[in-house]
Write a protein that binds this ligand. Structure first.
Ligand code: ATP
Ligand code: MG
Length: 387
């Protein structure tokens, strides 16, 4: 007998002929996530199993964060022929629990001498005799003891929900504009969840934004890497651009012109990194630069598609997601962001393209973009699933 994790995958099931490709990626990411806790990972009978880690709880937490995993059950693997031992272990699993239970048996081995109802009945009766504090409720039990009869027998009472989605990298790569705010890490998570690998860009306006503001973004990228694996963060020096905008453009267009620079530079990074789209944390109407017209005006500067997974989310919904994925506390640290430096008092909400073009005519856009790209500092974050 041994303890292991039984891993269920979600949509990978639906992949038809491409399924081996998705399975291979999923296995690779689970292996990466558990490598340094000693987990051994294999595929058998349409299930993924993990065993051998020193700390199986930590191992389970990590597997739950791998995209493509639907749920995880810490299970006991036993020889299926020793039915008395199975009954005994069922008692062991249910002993610490109270209330009602049911046994839910499934056989993929149809030659097994007992069918599912017989397994349920026998184990249920044995448990009741040994644990009189429990009662059976087959309709709405507090606990469900699953017994799967495959090449071995597997017993478990918990299903830990996992992140779901599709294995990382099976749907290309995107470049996330990662600020230190609440929204953009959530936007990155949502795209990554669909199997898209991330590369990140952050705009940093030293000395107007501090070293610790940059560190906060590195830390946010590390949290994302806990799901995605190592993430490359491109830190772009943005001070010169912001100073020029502030000096040479009408104040009310400042934010918009700045956002257009962000998009152009992000696209440059995306193309060198082999990314096929840009991702931002914008949602309609959240701030002046996120009206329909303003979004159209920032889109104009790039040819790559721009994904905004939070487009229809209220702030409270974004906060909830940020808490769930573990970025909220970091995002809430009160450090300055380049967007808060030189914020116009009355930003336009309905920009006119010709006015924006006029404003930008005062700047040497190409040279500023070149200079910023040339000054990029690359930070590699997170080598394991631990962070
Ligand atoms: P967030 O919480 O993500 O900072 P926000 O509501 O503060 O969003 P804005 O500051 O207008 O919104 O930024 C909109 C989007 O632009 C962000 O979600 C992010 O994708 C990108 N962005 C803003 N500032 C930066 C930055 N300093 N570096 C990289 N991307 C940025
Ligand atoms: Mg922001």
């Amino acid at each position: 007998m041994r303890s292991l994790l039984l891993v269920r995958f979600g949509e990978v099931h639906l992949k038809g002929l491409n399924r081996p490709y998705f399975m291979h990626a999923l296995l690779r990411h689970i292996r990466r996530a558990v490598a340094d806790v000693g987990g051994e990972v294999w595929l058998s009978d349409s299930r993924i199993f993990v065993s051998g880690a020193d700390d199986m709880e930590e191992c389970a937490r990590r597997v739950c964060r791998v995209f493509g995993v639907h749920s995880v059950s810490p299970a006991l693997e036993m020889e299926k022929d020793d039915f008395a031992a199975i009954c005994e272990q069922a008692v062991g699993l249910l002993r610490p629990l109270g209330g009602t239970f049911k046994v839910a048996a499934r056989r993929s081995d149809k030659r097994y001498p007992l069918d599912s109802p017989a397994i349920n009945g026998k184990i249920g009766a044995y448990v009741l005799a040994k644990l009189p504090h429990l009662a059976v409720d087959v309709h709405a039990p507090d606990h469900r003891l699953d017994v799967e009869i495959r090449d071995k027998a597997y017993l478990y009472v918990t299903r830990m929900p996992a992140v779901g989605g599709l294995p990382m990298g099976t749907n290309g790569k995107a470049c996330l504009l990662l600020s230190g705010g609440i929204d953009s890490p959530v936007a990155g998570f949502m795209v990554a969840k669909r199997g898209v690998a991330l590369t990140c860009v952050h705009f940093h306006s030293f000395p107007y934004t501090s070293e610790r503001a940059k560190q906060k973004v590195v830390d946010l990228a590390k949290v994302l890497s806990g799901y995605c694996g190592p993430v490359r963060l491109h830190v772009v020096p943005f001070t010169h651009i912001q100073m020029d905008i502030h000096r040479l453009c009408p104040d009310n267009l400042g934010t918009l012109v700045m956002r257009r620079f962000m998009m152009r530079i992000a696209q440059r990074v995306a193309l060198t990194e082999g990314a096929q789209a840009l991702v931002t944390g914008e949602s309609i109407g959240q701030v002046a630069s996120q009206t329909m017209e303003a979004l159209a005006c920032t889109n104009e500067t790039v040819t790559l598609p721009v994904f905004r997974p939070l487009i229809g989310f209220d702030k409270s919904e974004i906060v909830e997601r940020a808490e769930t994925i573990g970025t909220y506390a970091l995002s809430s640290l009160p450090y300055e962001d380049c967007c808060t430096v030189f914020t116009p008092r009355h930003p336009v909400t309905h920009p006119k393209p010709e006015k924006v073009a006029q404003a930008e005519a005062a700047l040497d856009v190409e040279a500023l973009v070149e200079e910023a790209v040339a000054g990029i500092e690359l930070v590699e974050t997170g080598a394991t699933g631990a962070e």
